[in-house]
Design a binder for this molecule. Structure first.
Ligand code: PHE
Length: 497
């Protein structure tokens, strides 16, 4: 119907250039006004026509009004019936006309058209009558207010309001124009029909838009974003973390982690089946790492075993973001070897790591680490403690304790505990240390450069901040989507010292 109306409208505008009044046009053509308005709006949105609206109040027949218009008013129906019979008992009238009889007879008597005697027999008092009500219902537009009010009181008409349009074609009017479409579909792209399709222009001025039900930020994303912001405020730069598949070399060997180390076992690490071996490990560096593992150097005696290149090339899903740090430190070493200039740097990464864990309330097989390091000349434990205090106080923990720990690639190493102001207890918040010279020297960094580093788990923080007890609810198919929609935007607060 809409398409046919559009076509008729285009034809009319083509022939006449436009029209003064859409309501009149509908009366003339027998068109439905609402359908015409739809077609007008559509051409208007394509800027093919201008449409000037004028609102007007009017009247329309109720269902009862339409019925009287069709079959005559009840009083005339009663009069006609009585006239045809000569005289008739009111019971017969009731039987023949039903509800109409009661309404009609009352009016007939008031108008003195019909009289009724004691035996309830009706007789006509006049020869003929005119059905003014029916006439009036048929010509509402000519009636005065008193008459309209009387019809309204009898519930035969009801007020309406209508917006009529004055229409003129614009320079963009084209009788051959297809209906402009709102959306590009995949079919238009695959068939190439998009090229010949007319699209609706964007309505940026008065479109209301819709409130989106989806698209809420996941709590992990909020925390990652905030952590990133905190680290950038501290002058750290973000490292590229897009390599989830890593070689054992960068994940372990570059970190001076011996090949027999239990963490390198398939119980802790997801190894890849295909491709099973990595390529493009820098050859010189690989040789220097092998040498350090087997024999040591510059004061270290090494691990003293036969280092296997094949083992180092085994591919895996990186088990920590320290692999990312190792790649960056190697790059810094290369830069130094090339230029002879060492640039002190602060770097961080926030991304996903994978461990072959048994899943429980606090462990997942994949999670996110936040890791930072500072590389500079003559720094060590005091600077590490300083940077950790600064970082943790910015994310809400001002009281820290350090516990000696062991990492294959840091010496000394410290576990970091923080007093959680909401839980009101000490919790482990991270792991840290000073990278061993056996890791840094093969990379080609100057001997007096030390690198202090720390890593924390992102899920644990997020769970604490959002009061989530099971990490599975946060980061897995079991996550609580409803909670994600309700969570506040940010919760990290600077600790009050
Ligand atoms: N890589 C360590 C872990 O996965 C964290 C760490 C980073 C420790 C840097 C020391 C230095 O737990």
């Amino acid at each position: 119907m809409a398409a046919a109306m559009r076509k008729q409208l285009i034809e009319y505008i083509e022939a006449n250039g436009g029209f003064e009044d859409s309501e009149k046009l509908c009366e003339e053509k027998g068109w439905d006004h609402e359908t015409l308005v739809g077609a007008i709006k559509s051409l208007q949105s394509e800027e093919q026509i201008t449409a000037e609206a004028s609102k007007r109040e009017g009247w329309k027949l109720t269902a009862e009004g339409e019925e009287y218009c069709r079959s005559g008013s009840p009083e005339v129906q009663v009069f006609d019936f009585v006239k045809a019979k000569g005289s008739v008992p009111s019971s017969e009238l009731d039987a023949a006309l039903g509800a109409m009889a009661k309404i009609g007879l009352g009016t007939c008597m008031k108008n003195k058209w019909v009289s009724i005697d004691k035996a309830k027999v009706c007789t006509c008092s006049v020869d003929s009558v005119t059905d003014t009500v029916r006439q009036e219902l048929g010509s509402l537009s000519t009636l005065d207010k008193a008459k309209l009010d009387a019809l309204k009181k009898r519930k035969l008409i009801a007020p309406t309001s209508l917006t009529a349009f004055k229409v003129e074609k614009t320079g963009k009017f084209s009788s051959g124009a297809q209906k402009a479409v709102a959306d590009l579909t995949s079919e238009m792209i695959s068939k190439g029909t998009w090229a010949s399709t007319t699209f609706k222009p964007f309505n940026l001025t008065n479109a209301k838009g819709t409130v989106s039900e989806g698209g809420h930020l996941h709590p992990l994303n909020k925390v990652k974003t905030e952590m990133r912001q905190v680290l950038m405020q501290m002058g750290f730069e973000e490292m590229p973390t897009n390599q989830w598949v890593e070689s054992s070399f960068w994940n372990f060997d570059a970190l001076f982690q011996p090949q027999q180390h239990p963490a390198r076992d398939a119980h802790d690490t997801f190894f890849m089946e295909a491709p099973s071996r990595a390529q493009n490990i820098p050859e010189d560096y690989l040789r220097r790492v092998k040498e350090m593992h087997e024999k040591g150097g510059q004061g270290s005696i090494g691990w003293r075993y036969d280092w296997s290149e094949d083992e180092a090339k085994k591919t895996l899903l990186r088990t920590h973001t320290t692999a990312v740090s190792a790649r960056m430190l190697y790059k810094m070493g290369e830069e130094y070897r090339k230029t002879g200039v060492f640039q002190p740097k602060k770097y961080f990464s926030i991304d996903r790591v994978f461990r072959n864990e048994t899943l429980d309330a606090t462990h997942l097989a994949e999670f996110h680490q936040i890791e930072g390091f500072v590389a500079d000349r003559n720094i060590g434990l005091p600077q590490l403690i300083g940077v950790l205090r600064d970082f943790f106080s910015r994310i809400g923990i001002s009281k820290l304790r350090f516990k000696p720990a062991y990492n294959p690639y840091t010496e000394p190493s410290m576990e970091v505990f923080g007093f959680h102001p909401i839980l009101k207890k000490w919790i482990e918040v991270g792991n840290s240390g000073v990278f061993r010279p056996e890791m840094l020297l093969p990379m080609g960094l100057p001997e007096d450069v030390t690198v202090i580093a720390w890593g924390i788990g992102c899920e644990r923080w997020t769970a604490l901040l959002y009061n989530i007890r099971m990490i599975k609810e946060l980061f897995s198919f079991q996550q609580d989507v409803a909670a994600t929609k309700k969570n506040p935007m940010c919760w990290l607060r600077r600790a009050e010292d």
